[in-house]
Structures are given as C-alpha cells and as structure tokens.
Write a protein that binds this ligand. Structure first.
Ligand SMILES: O=C(O)CCC(=O)C(=O)O
Length: 345
C-alpha cells in the first residue's frame, strides 16, 4: 500500500540523474536452497525486448554490507531478495500459532474486495479505495474466516501495524538485523513500523508504487511479485491527483496479463519488457525500492500441509531520499509529493 503520511523535505542541489539497473557484483546466494535456475548476472541486465520477465537476484543477508546495498540496490532502484534472515522453522507463523500472537480483541480493519476480481478492476473502483468496503474484526474472528475459506472466497485482506503486539516484538530483532546489513534507516514518521499484510490465498494487491524504500518479509505462504523499474512509473498509467479519487500511487493498468492491453495502455509497450517477477518464499525478504511499481499475489506455499493456509507478510517503509523519488513522478504527483509527503522522507 502506498505510504500516505510524510513530512516535507526541501529539494536542494542538482537534479537527480537517471539510474541504471545492475546486479553485476552483488554476492549471490549460493546456498543449496537457492533456486538453481537463476540466470547468471549478465542475463539480469536490462534487456528492453526480453520475451519473458527477468528474475530478481537473491543474496544472503550475511554477505551484505551497508555500502554495497546502498550502492547496488538503493542507489539504482534495484529490487533484490534477501535470504538467511530467518531460521528454517517458520511454524510460529502458521495460522493457528500466529493469530494468538496478536492482541485478540484489538480491532482490525478488514477490506472486503469481493471474489469477482474487484481488486484488479481499476475501472470499477470509486472513491479512494480498491476495496468495496471496510469492516472491523478481531484477530480471532478473522482467523476463523480464513480457516473456513470465506476470506479467500470474498477476497478479504487486513493491513495493520502490529509493532506493539507479541508478533511485532518477535520480528523487531530481525528488522534490526536487516537495518544493520543494509544501512536502511528508520523512517522519521513511521519509525519501527511492522506493517502486516494478512489474507487467505489468492488476494492480489494491485499495481502501485510507494514513495519510500520498503522491505517485505514473507512469513507464511508465498507471494508472486511483479516489479517494474522506477523509470517505468510514468508509462504505467498512474491515476491522476484527485483528492476524492484513487491515490496517485496506484495504476489504472492493474491486473495485466501477457500480452498486455497496449490499446488502453500504450505506455506498457515500453514498460512490459522491463518487468521482473519473483516468487517470494517463506523466510525471504524482498527489497522494493521507492517508485518501483509492484503487484503482489498471495499463494499457498508448496511446502505446507493440506490444511487451511493463510498468506502472511510484514513490511517496513524506510527513510528515503526525495532525490530517488523526484525523477519518477508525473508532474501532478510530484507537486502533491512535495506539498505534503516529502517532509517525511
Ligand atoms: O504484500 C502485499 O500484499 C502488499 C505489500 C506491499 O505493497 C509492499 O510491501 O509495499
């Protein structure tokens, strides 16, 4: 979800220069669990007419240094999957073990999208949401709707800051380690947020950007993620700035499949060949750079038993230089960002 609360940061110095993607000398994850099909680094360089989406590189957390990460990933707007942050046993994040780690009675806002692909139909959205409506629930009741299959049937989704819960406290040391390894710094307004994304299998968060760097930690189930380099955002049909309408951080070209609709979205002719795809597995972390558009579908994990399964992740938005955001926003969004959001970088 797009970050919406930021403070102003004034622009000084020279305009930001366009960034190029590269992976060349990131130390790659060569552990036995790393996917053996990863193409060699030179295949990951941008190939504007590539027929199939490019892969996202994987790197072990213990191979990272802040200088390397800042130069190769933050500075270039390059997503990467970070492995090795969690131990192998992820059972505490399974549905039955997880929901009691939240405050049982604390209200959670649950979005009801509807099982008719409403969340992927921007032409049907009205107002400021891609959900039909929002209801209040609790972790216990929501876990029941997942276990009964209702959450999947009606495409329900919960997003909430769980930093103060037992689950959030369990995750803080991992997030601190991630910060030490990457040099990512706490966002001045969000602070140590632990932003939970919780649903049944099959929900898709439609194509959008965040104006901060983000890290998505996959705790249960897996996520299929499509990403576009930050330079593509203007070609991806972003919503215009409209105080009563959908956020300008979302795209009208959500839910595209191959081949994309180039008649309605001619900008996709440029952007589509530059997209990347990754299946984010349990225990992995995806670094999503600011302005890197992403669409994320939750899926059942192939490792799990046949019982009810939920898809659970948390993300954190990090402090981000406006210089990394500025070149990628359309004019109207840039004015809105400067007015109220860049303050909070
Ligand atoms: O996992 C999701 O459903 C959305 C996550 C997201 O948009 C993000 O991490 O920025």
């Amino acid at each position: 979800m797009a970050a919406t609360r930021f403070v102003r940061f004034s622009f000084t110095g020279s305009p930001f220069e366009a960034r190029e993607s590269f992976y060349t000398d990131l130390p790659r994850d060569t552990s036995p669990s790393a996917p053996s099909a990863s193409p060699p680094p030179e295949h990951l360089l941008p190939t504007p007419r590539a027929a199939s989406p490019r892969a996202v590189a994987r790197v072990r957390v213990d191979k990272l240094t802040p200088a390397l990460f800042q130069e190769r990933c933050v500075g270039t707007g390059t997503p990467v999957v970070i492995t090795g942050l969690f131990e192998k046993d992820m059972s505490c994040w399974e549905l039955a073990n997880f929901w009691p780690l939240l405050d049982e009675e604390a209200p959670l806002q649950c979005r009801i999208h509807g099982g008719d692909r409403f969340a992927l139909s921007p032409e049907r959205w009205s107002g400021r949401s891609h959900a039909r409506r929002v209801v209040t629930t609790s972790s216990r009741r929501y876990a029941e709707t997942i276990a009964s299959g209702v959450a999947q049937r009606d495409d329900l989704y919960v997003q909430s800051d769980i930093a103060r819960t037992r689950a959030g406290k369990l995750l803080q040391p991992r997030l601190e380690r991630l910060a030490r390894a990457t040099g990512l710094r706490l966002h001045q307004q969000y602070g140590p947020i632990v932003n939970m994304w919780w649903g049944g299998c099959g929900h898709t968060e439609p194509l959008h950007i965040d104006v901060t760097d983000g890290t998505l930690l996959q705790l249960c189930g897996q996520k299929h993620v499509v990403l576009y380099p930050p330079c593509c955002w203007k070609s991806l049909a972003p919503f215009p700035v409209d105080p009563g309408g959908m956020s300008w951080a979302f795209s009208r070209a959500a839910g595209q499949t191959d081949p994309p609709d180039l008649v309605r979205f001619p900008g996709l002719a440029e952007a589509w060949p530059l997209r990347q795809e990754v299946l984010l597995r349990e225990g992995e972390v995806l670094f999503i750079p600011a302005c890197c558009a992403h669409e994320i579908r939750g899926e059942r994990s192939s490792l799990s038993s046949s019982g009810p399964q939920h898809v659970l992740s948390v993300n954190r938005f990090w402090r981000t230089s406006p210089y990394l955001v500025h070149p990628h926003l359309p004019e109207d969004a840039l004015a809105a960002y400067e007015k109220c959001l860049a303050f909070y970088s």
